[in-house]
Design a protein around this ligand. Sequence first.
Ligand SMILES: [Fe+2]
Ligand SMILES: [Fe+2]
Length: 213
Amino acid sequence: MQRAYSPADNLISHADRILRTLAGHAITTGRDNPADSAEHSELTDDEAQLSARLMRVNHAGEVAAQALYQGQALTAKDKTVQENLKRAAEEENDHLAWCKKRVNELGEQTSLLDPLWYAGSLTIGAVAGLAGDKWNLGFLAETEKQVVKHIDEHLEKISADDHKTRAILKQMHEDENQHATTAIEQGAAELPEPVKQGMQLVSKIMTKASYWI
Ligand SMILES: [Fe+2]
Ligand SMILES: [Fe+2]
């Protein structure tokens, strides 16, 4: 028998998810961390620092992605859509965990501004969701596409010897492409051009800030 969830149950489950994301204990799919099977090679201090900073940026991006998925779930009118996005949301948690581990291994901390990225993205996801599922799906799809571009840039910049970071980024690249496709299949609307540009601007600010702190 399926149990019906009350609004209080839902509220608790959302609050739980927010705290888990920010504390780094989000529920993952349990897939292996791609870095574990990648070759370890010694990096120079500069190479390690560059990788660490870029992975901090990616981690911040994953925090924001997680919040967008949650904003979607909070406001979703069509529960089937939400169910179909569940796997993608869980994969974002894999990404979160992998990025965090790599940032720490390379001797840095994740961004102090993570709660800010989370709150901002949750608001955007929820507000867009109130306008209709197709709009927050549109945000999701566009975010995933922009993330794929970022990952491509990072793969260019990161040392060819940093196999562990590269292994994580390559898996993320594959997943994010699939997530964009999933959001589009669920009925994502194409966002107006000024909105896309606004998102690029916000992501630029986010990227610059989390590179440093
Ligand atoms: Fe991701
Ligand atoms: Fe994604």
